[in-house]
Write a protein that binds this ligand. Structure first.
Ligand code: ADP
Length: 261
Protein backbone atom coordinates (compact mmCIF):
# COMPACT_ATOMS: atom_id res chain seq x y z
CA UNK A 1 0.00 0.00 0.00
CA UNK A 2 2.79 2.41 0.93
CA UNK A 3 4.48 1.82 -2.45
CA UNK A 4 1.37 2.65 -4.46
CA UNK A 5 1.88 5.80 -6.53
CA UNK A 6 -0.55 8.42 -5.26
CA UNK A 7 -3.27 9.31 -7.76
CA UNK A 8 -3.65 12.79 -6.36
CA UNK A 9 -0.61 15.03 -6.46
CA UNK A 10 -0.01 18.77 -6.12
CA UNK A 11 -1.13 20.94 -9.02
CA UNK A 12 1.75 22.71 -10.81
CA UNK A 13 1.04 26.05 -9.09
CA UNK A 14 -0.01 24.64 -5.71
CA UNK A 15 0.55 26.95 -2.76
CA UNK A 16 0.52 26.15 0.94
CA UNK A 17 -2.87 26.68 2.58
CA UNK A 18 -2.83 30.28 3.84
CA UNK A 19 -4.89 29.64 6.96
CA UNK A 20 -6.86 26.71 8.28
CA UNK A 21 -8.70 28.90 10.79
CA UNK A 22 -11.50 29.93 8.44
CA UNK A 23 -14.80 28.31 7.59
CA UNK A 24 -14.91 25.06 5.64
CA UNK A 25 -17.35 25.19 2.77
CA UNK A 26 -18.62 22.51 0.44
CA UNK A 27 -20.37 23.99 -2.57
CA UNK A 28 -22.51 21.77 -4.74
CA UNK A 29 -20.03 18.91 -4.47
CA UNK A 30 -20.63 15.86 -6.65
CA UNK A 31 -18.58 12.71 -6.47
CA UNK A 32 -18.77 9.08 -7.54
CA UNK A 33 -16.24 6.35 -6.74
CA UNK A 34 -17.15 4.21 -9.74
CA UNK A 35 -18.48 6.74 -12.23
CA UNK A 36 -21.99 5.35 -11.87
CA UNK A 37 -23.40 5.62 -8.36
CA UNK A 38 -23.18 9.08 -6.77
CA UNK A 39 -21.67 9.10 -3.27
CA UNK A 40 -22.17 12.87 -2.99
CA UNK A 41 -24.70 14.70 -5.08
CA UNK A 42 -25.06 18.47 -4.80
CA UNK A 43 -23.58 18.44 -1.31
CA UNK A 44 -23.48 21.95 0.16
CA UNK A 45 -22.42 22.79 3.71
CA UNK A 46 -20.74 25.62 5.60
CA UNK A 47 -18.86 24.76 8.76
CA UNK A 48 -18.18 27.93 10.77
CA UNK A 49 -14.67 28.23 12.24
CA UNK A 50 -14.26 26.76 15.70
CA UNK A 51 -17.65 25.05 15.67
CA UNK A 52 -18.62 21.39 15.80
CA UNK A 53 -20.87 19.98 13.12
CA UNK A 54 -22.30 16.47 13.54
CA UNK A 55 -22.96 14.45 10.41
CA UNK A 56 -25.81 12.02 10.92
CA UNK A 57 -27.29 9.56 8.48
CA UNK A 58 -27.66 5.93 7.62
CA UNK A 59 -24.78 3.77 6.46
CA UNK A 60 -23.89 4.61 2.86
CA UNK A 61 -25.28 8.15 3.07
CA UNK A 62 -21.91 9.71 2.15
CA UNK A 63 -20.50 10.80 5.51
CA UNK A 64 -17.05 9.18 5.13
CA UNK A 65 -16.85 10.45 1.58
CA UNK A 66 -17.07 14.00 2.93
CA UNK A 67 -13.92 13.27 4.99
CA UNK A 68 -12.17 11.61 2.02
CA UNK A 69 -12.76 14.65 -0.16
CA UNK A 70 -11.72 17.17 2.50
CA UNK A 71 -8.44 15.28 2.92
CA UNK A 72 -8.16 15.04 -0.88
CA UNK A 73 -7.86 11.29 -0.84
CA UNK A 74 -10.29 11.72 -3.73
CA UNK A 75 -11.27 14.84 -5.66
CA UNK A 76 -14.80 15.95 -6.46
CA UNK A 77 -16.01 15.64 -10.04
CA UNK A 78 -18.06 18.79 -9.65
CA UNK A 79 -18.39 21.63 -7.17
CA UNK A 80 -15.74 22.94 -4.84
CA UNK A 81 -14.41 22.66 -1.30
CA UNK A 82 -12.82 25.71 0.34
CA UNK A 83 -11.04 26.38 3.60
CA UNK A 84 -11.01 30.04 4.65
CA UNK A 85 -12.22 30.90 1.17
CA UNK A 86 -9.34 29.11 -0.54
CA UNK A 87 -10.17 26.20 -2.87
CA UNK A 88 -8.37 23.15 -1.48
CA UNK A 89 -7.75 21.84 -5.01
CA UNK A 90 -5.06 24.53 -5.38
CA UNK A 91 -3.17 24.03 -2.13
CA UNK A 92 -0.32 21.64 -1.44
CA UNK A 93 -1.35 18.27 -0.07
CA UNK A 94 1.23 18.58 2.68
CA UNK A 95 -0.21 21.87 3.98
CA UNK A 96 -3.76 20.55 3.72
CA UNK A 97 -3.00 17.37 5.64
CA UNK A 98 -0.97 19.27 8.23
CA UNK A 99 -4.07 21.35 8.91
CA UNK A 100 -6.37 18.39 9.48
CA UNK A 101 -6.28 15.67 12.12
CA UNK A 102 -8.34 12.53 11.58
CA UNK A 103 -9.45 10.39 14.50
CA UNK A 104 -11.23 7.31 13.27
CA UNK A 105 -12.43 4.13 14.86
CA UNK A 106 -9.96 2.14 12.80
CA UNK A 107 -6.89 4.34 13.16
CA UNK A 108 -3.92 2.49 11.77
CA UNK A 109 -1.28 1.51 14.30
CA UNK A 110 2.13 0.23 13.27
CA UNK A 111 3.79 -2.62 15.15
CA UNK A 112 6.15 -0.30 16.96
CA UNK A 113 6.10 1.07 20.49
CA UNK A 114 3.15 3.06 21.80
CA UNK A 115 5.42 6.11 22.06
CA UNK A 116 6.36 5.83 18.37
CA UNK A 117 2.75 5.40 17.37
CA UNK A 118 1.74 8.57 19.21
CA UNK A 119 4.77 10.43 17.82
CA UNK A 120 3.39 9.93 14.30
CA UNK A 121 1.15 12.89 15.10
CA UNK A 122 4.13 15.23 14.78
CA UNK A 123 7.60 14.68 13.36
CA UNK A 124 10.33 15.19 15.91
CA UNK A 125 8.10 15.10 18.99
CA UNK A 126 10.01 14.55 22.24
CA UNK A 127 9.13 12.29 25.17
CA UNK A 128 7.59 15.09 27.21
CA UNK A 129 5.29 16.05 24.32
CA UNK A 130 4.28 12.43 23.80
CA UNK A 131 3.42 11.96 27.46
CA UNK A 132 1.48 15.25 27.60
CA UNK A 133 -0.54 14.15 24.56
CA UNK A 134 -1.22 10.74 26.13
CA UNK A 135 -2.37 12.42 29.34
CA UNK A 136 -4.73 14.70 27.43
CA UNK A 137 -6.09 11.63 25.62
CA UNK A 138 -6.70 9.74 28.89
CA UNK A 139 -4.19 7.17 27.70
CA UNK A 140 -1.28 7.73 30.08
CA UNK A 141 -2.66 5.57 32.91
CA UNK A 142 -3.32 2.47 30.79
CA UNK A 143 0.00 2.88 28.97
CA UNK A 144 1.90 2.94 32.27
CA UNK A 145 0.20 -0.30 33.32
CA UNK A 146 1.47 -2.13 30.19
CA UNK A 147 4.51 -4.41 30.69
CA UNK A 148 6.97 -1.98 29.09
CA UNK A 149 4.97 1.22 29.45
CA UNK A 150 5.51 3.60 26.56
CA UNK A 151 8.00 1.13 25.01
CA UNK A 152 5.40 -1.64 24.69
CA UNK A 153 4.99 -2.92 21.12
CA UNK A 154 1.37 -2.63 20.04
CA UNK A 155 1.31 -5.69 17.74
CA UNK A 156 0.25 -5.84 14.10
CA UNK A 157 -2.41 -3.20 13.54
CA UNK A 158 -2.37 -2.54 17.29
CA UNK A 159 -3.88 -5.94 18.11
CA UNK A 160 -2.23 -6.04 21.54
CA UNK A 161 -4.57 -3.20 22.55
CA UNK A 162 -8.32 -3.09 23.06
CA UNK A 163 -10.52 -1.01 20.77
CA UNK A 164 -10.85 1.71 23.40
CA UNK A 165 -7.08 1.78 23.92
CA UNK A 166 -6.38 2.05 20.18
CA UNK A 167 -8.81 4.91 19.97
CA UNK A 168 -7.05 6.74 22.79
CA UNK A 169 -3.71 6.33 21.00
CA UNK A 170 -5.36 7.93 17.94
CA UNK A 171 -6.65 10.78 20.11
CA UNK A 172 -3.16 11.28 21.58
CA UNK A 173 -1.75 11.54 18.04
CA UNK A 174 -4.29 14.23 17.27
CA UNK A 175 -3.42 16.20 20.44
CA UNK A 176 0.22 16.07 19.41
CA UNK A 177 -0.59 17.18 15.87
CA UNK A 178 -2.61 20.10 17.23
CA UNK A 179 -4.25 20.79 13.86
CA UNK A 180 -6.95 23.46 13.64
CA UNK A 181 -9.36 21.14 11.81
CA UNK A 182 -10.52 17.88 13.34
CA UNK A 183 -12.32 15.05 11.57
CA UNK A 184 -13.75 12.58 13.99
CA UNK A 185 -15.31 9.25 13.08
CA UNK A 186 -16.93 8.14 16.27
CA UNK A 187 -16.73 4.47 17.21
CA UNK A 188 -19.83 2.44 16.48
CA UNK A 189 -18.69 -0.52 18.54
CA UNK A 190 -19.55 -0.58 22.20
CA UNK A 191 -16.73 0.21 24.60
CA UNK A 192 -16.61 -0.61 28.27
CA UNK A 193 -18.14 2.11 30.43
CA UNK A 194 -14.83 3.36 31.81
CA UNK A 195 -13.24 3.70 28.34
CA UNK A 196 -16.39 5.34 27.07
CA UNK A 197 -16.39 8.07 29.72
CA UNK A 198 -12.64 8.65 29.42
CA UNK A 199 -12.83 8.88 25.63
CA UNK A 200 -15.80 11.23 25.66
CA UNK A 201 -14.08 13.70 27.94
CA UNK A 202 -10.79 13.45 26.01
CA UNK A 203 -12.65 14.14 22.77
CA UNK A 204 -14.44 17.12 24.30
CA UNK A 205 -11.01 18.58 25.20
CA UNK A 206 -9.65 17.80 21.75
CA UNK A 207 -12.57 19.48 19.94
CA UNK A 208 -12.32 22.66 21.95
CA UNK A 209 -11.25 25.61 19.79
CA UNK A 210 -11.02 23.54 16.61
CA UNK A 211 -13.31 23.35 13.62
CA UNK A 212 -14.72 19.86 13.93
CA UNK A 213 -16.69 17.60 11.64
CA UNK A 214 -17.85 14.48 13.42
CA UNK A 215 -19.53 11.37 12.04
CA UNK A 216 -21.61 10.98 15.13
CA UNK A 217 -23.24 7.88 16.52
CA UNK A 218 -23.56 8.81 20.18
CA UNK A 219 -26.53 10.90 21.18
CA UNK A 220 -24.34 12.79 23.68
CA UNK A 221 -21.97 13.85 20.89
CA UNK A 222 -24.81 14.87 18.63
CA UNK A 223 -26.48 16.96 21.33
CA UNK A 224 -23.22 18.68 22.23
CA UNK A 225 -22.54 19.79 18.65
CA UNK A 226 -23.33 23.30 17.40
CA UNK A 227 -25.12 22.07 14.32
CA UNK A 228 -26.53 18.75 13.18
CA UNK A 229 -26.49 17.93 9.50
CA UNK A 230 -28.61 15.00 8.32
CA UNK A 231 -27.15 13.42 5.20
CA UNK A 232 -29.05 11.09 2.92
CA UNK A 233 -27.96 9.78 -0.50
CA UNK A 234 -25.11 12.26 -0.72
CA UNK A 235 -27.13 15.38 0.07
CA UNK A 236 -27.87 17.53 3.08
CA UNK A 237 -31.52 17.03 3.83
CA UNK A 238 -31.91 18.74 7.22
CA UNK A 239 -29.84 21.00 9.44
CA UNK A 240 -30.52 22.38 12.87
CA UNK A 241 -30.03 21.79 16.56
CA UNK A 242 -31.11 18.54 18.18
CA UNK A 243 -34.19 20.10 19.77
CA UNK A 244 -35.27 21.88 16.60
CA UNK A 245 -34.88 18.75 14.49
CA UNK A 246 -36.71 16.52 16.96
CA UNK A 247 -39.54 19.03 17.10
CA UNK A 248 -39.71 18.97 13.31
CA UNK A 249 -40.24 15.19 13.28
CA UNK A 250 -38.47 14.69 9.95
CA UNK A 251 -35.58 12.54 8.76
CA UNK A 252 -33.32 13.19 11.76
CA UNK A 253 -35.94 12.19 14.30
CA UNK A 254 -36.51 8.99 12.33
CA UNK A 255 -32.78 8.12 12.22
CA UNK A 256 -32.54 8.87 15.92
CA UNK A 257 -35.33 6.42 16.68
CA UNK A 258 -33.61 3.74 14.55
CA UNK A 259 -30.28 4.32 16.32
CA UNK A 260 -31.84 4.03 19.73
CA UNK A 261 -33.91 0.97 18.87
P1 ADP B 1 -21.26 6.58 5.12
O1 ADP B 1 -19.93 7.03 5.64
O2 ADP B 1 -22.36 7.56 5.34
O3 ADP B 1 -21.63 5.19 5.59
P2 ADP B 1 -19.86 6.44 2.57
O4 ADP B 1 -19.37 7.81 2.32
O5 ADP B 1 -18.88 5.44 3.07
O6 ADP B 1 -21.15 6.48 3.52
O7 ADP B 1 -20.48 5.84 1.24
C1 ADP B 1 -21.24 6.59 0.30
C2 ADP B 1 -21.47 5.73 -0.94
O8 ADP B 1 -20.23 5.50 -1.60
C3 ADP B 1 -22.04 4.35 -0.64
O9 ADP B 1 -22.92 4.03 -1.70
C4 ADP B 1 -20.83 3.46 -0.65
O10 ADP B 1 -21.18 2.16 -1.03
C5 ADP B 1 -19.95 4.11 -1.70
N1 ADP B 1 -18.50 3.93 -1.42
C6 ADP B 1 -17.85 4.28 -0.30
N2 ADP B 1 -16.53 4.02 -0.38
C7 ADP B 1 -16.34 3.48 -1.61
C8 ADP B 1 -15.20 3.00 -2.32
N3 ADP B 1 -13.98 3.04 -1.77
N4 ADP B 1 -15.40 2.50 -3.57
C9 ADP B 1 -16.62 2.47 -4.12
N5 ADP B 1 -17.74 2.92 -3.51
C10 ADP B 1 -17.62 3.42 -2.28
Amino acid sequence: LLDTAPRIIDRPNAKPLASALGAISFKDVGFSYDGAKRALDGFTLDVPPGKTVALVGESGAGKSTIFNLLLRLYEPQSGEIRIGGEPIAGVTLESLRDAVALVSQDAFLFNESIAENIAMGRKGAGDADIIAAAEAAAADAFIRRLPKGYDTLVGDGGNALSGGQRQRVAIARAFLKNAPILLLDEATSALDAESEAAIQSALARLMKGRTTLVIAHRLSTIRASDLIVAVDRGRVIETGTHDALVARGGYYSKVLRLQQA
